[in-house]
Design a protein around this ligand. Sequence first.
Ligand SMILES: C[S@@+](CC[C@H](N)C(=O)[O-])C[C@H]1O[C@@H](n2cnc3c(N)ncnc32)[C@H](O)[C@@H]1O
Length: 412
Amino acid sequence: MSATPLGGTPAPSSPSEVESFLELSLVDEPAGVAAVRRASVEAGLPDEASAPARGKFLSLLTRLSGARRILEIGTLGGYAAAWILDALPEDGHLHSLEIDRDIADVARANLRLADPEGEGHRWTVETGPAVKALHQLTWTRQAPFDLVFIDADKASTKVYLEWALRLTAPGSVVIVDHVIRAGVVGAEAGGSEAAGMAAALKLLHEDPRFDATALQTVTGRGWDGFAIALVTGAAAPGSAAQRVTVTPMGPETVRGALEVKNLGWRETFSKHIAEDWLDDMDRRLDADVVSWTRALQRPGNLTRTAVATTEDGEVVGMASAAPVLEESDRLATGAKWELFTVYVARAWQGSGIARRLADSVLGDEPALLWVLEDNPRAQAFFEKLGFTPDGAREELPPEWSGAHDIRMVRRA
Ligand SMILES: C[S@@+](CC[C@H](N)C(=O)[O-])C[C@H]1O[C@@H](n2cnc3c(N)ncnc32)[C@H](O)[C@@H]1O
């Protein structure tokens, strides 16, 4: 049959006919993307590019996830890359890795058709073995990537997933294409590709830093499938961070928690607050320990606290939240809880502890927080927790040398 748009006849009756039917009915290939597909065929590239419906899926995923920094492993002629670029915001960047020099040259020429002005700032095709490039990406400022698309040599997929963990942040999305090929998924099915995919699926399942599923699909090329994973921010299995426990603050952990907080203030605010003021804060530590301990034990205390403690009993992180007190905040945002503090000792930063602390005091309830306007790192962390700036801005007291806080809100 010849596939026809909705309402056409006869009905499609095979996977390739259904695929053509869906493409005609649903997937409008943008002109630049179509040009890349045609140029790839003319260049005689292997017929291994994503199908249009898969390309559109990647494009939608880019928009759904709000991804700005994207990593693709396995460029081929740049067909999937062109779909991603079609959805990428103006200030976004796609970094794509291709081992074959000739193929990478074709991909660059193709992507110039789709995005002539974007080379070097909206997109880059890097030639060479992906593992080498991934190693170098850890030293550049391009990571963390918001979205990683793994579509290269299947035997190495587990290794690419391990790199993806190093090059992403909690909230990032990872797609692995072709986890299923002709129904083959397990190592027992034989071959290095099947073994590679089986190892990748095992990692996606067992490593708490991923929360993943896989869907099998039928395309014109046969029985296929992809996995999709969220990077969770949990600690690596077996790592020291995983053995850190998060519990409510008690009298025995108040001092450690306040020491972590005071150090956090020095690291974060020393350019805004005078040294004397920070020294005073340290001198008040004993008095603060007494007042925090009393406050925690006071009947009806509504403040929620959390501390992160190592196996040796050292406090390496703390967080606190309380019901929103300011009527104006509550009315403007609908938030129930205000996150007051989240601090993690420097040596433990980046290991998922801050997220565990914040989750412990907020759960998933609507919440707000105020954060220094000039602290993009903290704002990026809170964005990964689901907070967004709502436009409110306040000048801080005089000792803050004119600095401002902005309000960030996480709705239900
Ligand atoms: C399935 S194709 C990619 C298709 C492309 N993502 C798309 O959907 O349009 C796989 C590509 O990965 C490349 N590749 C294979 N091994 C690689 C490696 N070790 N490093 C980088 N690229 C690799 C191949 O040369 C090939 O072009």
